[in-house]
Design a protein. Structure first.
Length: 440
């Protein structure tokens, strides 16, 4: 390794991903029976994002060539008309984002046309509901819950809030004039179904919840919905979107539990007697903190940055990342693990100027490096995607749970330390403050 061990580890992770190549794309993990996949969450679309970042940081044309080859494979796959959700993890909205990024990086019109075709599918699937529109689909996570009946889904990860974020991103990129009106119509519906409580506005994951799971955080709860509404305030200036985002944050923070003298954490599921506290992007400070960062920027009200510091102190007070806990198991990825915390810690350091958050990012990276396995220049992480299956280990290649997302954080940290950060912000990431250019 050179002096820049984080950048080296990111390249070693790419070497592992390349070792799983199957044609123009990659197998989802390194089991001998693994198959390639296209999805953003755990397939080729997420790897494309990493390749574009590495290319932007190095101008290595071979990286762009691999990204475009995978992009063409994605276009061919989508042209077959697969039955997909609209969601931002594995559905049409995710391909809308990634193909748009390929179009921006390459200037090639075929990716722009492909992105617009994905927007067509999102729009066609929208159903008039109440005051706006929504998407009714088979309930997610049927393999875990056993419930697969159709439901209207609201959340950021697999529902309307996430679709709104990707539509707003498409609008900001000038992709198609339909994007913002569709996002606004979906947001009208989310306002209509919000549950008013003394603690603020609450959204459950889906209509008519078939099981007890009230998640107040980012992926499946009100923090993610509030973040989406805050983006609509940025685009329209309409105060009701900002008011709703405030109320979403107020509700989420009302579900916080003290971790010590300074910190707190918001529970994963408020319907359980013994709460569990996740730390990363899906249900922890690395997700919920995004809404607080946005509100601090949009309102200049001190309470939101104070809440951010409380959540970050909560991570410190339970000893993470060195200490593992029920909500911070053997996972190192963007969704549930160290990469997600480290990525957000870089943002918190940038926005607040607190050096301890930059230190936290490096500690997360060091934990990631220690957990990796390196063989013949290929670095992989065998970890557990699911908290309740800690012994089911896979070395994945994708972005949210695998090597691509981990490498994305490591290269971002490397660039930050060198004073030249490169990061393609996903649509669920806070906007740069006024006057600041995008990273990549």
């Amino acid at each position: 390794m050179t002096m820049d061990r984080y950048a080296d580890a990111a390249r070693e992770a790419l070497n592992f991903i390349e070792s799983q190549r199957d044609g123009a794309i990659w197998r989802r993990h390194d089991h001998v029976k693994a198959r390639p996949g296209h999805a953003f969450y755990d397939g080729a679309a997420g790897v494309v994002l990493l390749l574009l970042e590495l290319h932007a940081g190095s101008a290595d044309v071979s990286l762009l060539a691999k990204a475009t080859a995978a992009g063409d494979d994605i276009l061919a796959y989508l042209a077959t008309g697969p039955e997909l959700s609209v969601n931002v993890s594995r559905g049409w909205a995710s391909y809308l984002f990634v193909l748009g990024e390929l179009a921006r990086a390459t200037g090639e019109d075929r990716y722009r046309r492909g992105a617009i075709a994905c927007l067509d599918r999102v729009e066609a699937a929208a159903r008039p509901l109440g005051a706006g529109v929504g998407w009714v689909e088979p309930a997610p996570f049927a393999d875990i819950t056993g419930f697969s009946d159709e439901r209207e889904i609201y959340d950021q990860s697999v529902g309307s809030a996430g679709v709104i974020l990707n539509l707003v991103h498409a609008h900001r990129e000038g992709l198609d004039p339909r994007a913002l009106p569709l996002a606004l119509a979906a947001a009208e519906r989310l306002l209509e179904v919000a549950e008013e409580t003394p603690d603020g506005l609450r959204w459950r994951m889906m209509a008519d919840m078939p099981f007890q799971f009230t998640a107040p955080n980012f992926a499946h709860g009100g923090a993610g919905v509030g973040f989406a509404l805050a983006q609509l305030y940025r685009e329209t200036g309409e105060a009701r979107w900002l008011d709703a985002a405030r109320e979403a944050a107020r509700y989420t923070m009302s579900r916080a539990h003290a971790t010590g003298e300074r910190g707190c954490l918001v529970c994963h599921n408020e319907d359980t007697r013994r709460p569990i506290f996740y730390l990363s992007a899906c249900h922890g400070p690395a997700g919920t903190g995004r809404l607080l960062v946005e509100l601090a920027d949009l309102t200049s009200e001190p309470r939101w940055e104070e809440d951010l510091h409380r959540l970050m102190a909560g991570i410190e007070e339970i000893g993470a990342p060195e200490a593992r806990s029920a909500g911070f198991w053997n996972n190192y990825g963007q969704c549930c693990g160290d990469a997600g915390i480290g990525e957000f810690a870089l943002l918190a350091a940038e926005r607040t100027g607190r050096a301890e958050y930059a230190t936290l990012a490096r500690r997360c990276a060091d934990a990631i490096l220690e957990a990796g396995e390196v063989e013949d220049g290929r670095r992989r992480w065998r970890h557990a995607e699911h908290r309740d299956r800690p012994d089911f280990l896979q070395a994945q290649t994708g972005y949210m749970q695998g090597a691509a997302g981990i490498a994305s954080f490591l290269q971002h940290l490397s660039g930050t330390l060198a004073g030249a950060p490169v990061k393609i912000r996903t649509p669920d990431w806070p906007r740069a403050p006024s006057g600041r250019a995008r990273d990549a």
